[in-house]
Design a protein around this ligand. Sequence first.
Ligand code: NAD
Length: 249
Amino acid sequence: MKLLDGQIAIITGAASPRGLGKATAQLFADHGARVVILDLDAAQAEDTAADIGEGHIGLACDVTRKADCEAAVAVVLEAYGQIDILVNNAGITQPLKIMDITHEDYDAVLDVNLLGTLNMSQTVIPHMRERKTGKLINMSSVSAQRGGGIFGGPHYSAAKAGILGLTKAMARELAPDGIRSNAICPGFIATDITAGKLTPDMMDQILAGIPMGRAGEASDVAGCALFLASDLSAYVTGSELDVNGGSLI
Ligand code: NAD
């Protein structure tokens, strides 16, 4: 018996080849789940679903658009009849200083990270409520906890801190419905979101702040998502799980 046998999982922003979403999708698939890859580009989402094995699906979905979320969830329910796990992973960042943030920048970052999490959660919650079971896993960041990182702007920190508030509020409200809601706070993880944006000096500075002395791997985050998605965490809700090599100690 595998940890996620018979479970249906939706993961947003999961088509980035080196991303946290794809690594999570692969691990969930390896542990018996059927996985739905959502991302902006349909072909990339379909290819990713094929990459992780048979029986998974990829769909285009811009999480900032509620209608896209509703359409994707309708397809999933038609295909599988149930949704057990939602990982709100889609995110973007911008390396801006406080005085350089325009309203357009603010809207772009808040919309994908925070509104996207609300949109997708609101879309699956009625179905999870009916079945009296469900797991919401929301990708926050160490940037929410320590007020930014090297390349995440203040609006990114604000969006990710908003995700922590939303996670806890949903955990409190939805616990009587059998739905758990938890956040993951990755530290510095080597993915496309960071690729090519750091000079060797910046990299040295980052590593000096990580007691474990290395950048995280996407698999480090995926393992924590698996824990939160499975019954191993049956009594865990409203938590923020740090995956940062000790950066906050
Ligand atoms: P990534 O850039 O590799 O992947 C993000 C994915 O989100 C991409 O595939 C992109 O197409 C998708 N996306 C962007 N806008 C979207 C939208 N409107 N609708 C649907 N999909 C959209 O990033 P990653 O490093 O894998 O990050 C995944 C999550 O983890 C993000 O929420 C990020 O903020 C968070 N995070 C990453 C790190 C890190 O160091 N990599 C640290 C902390 C938190």
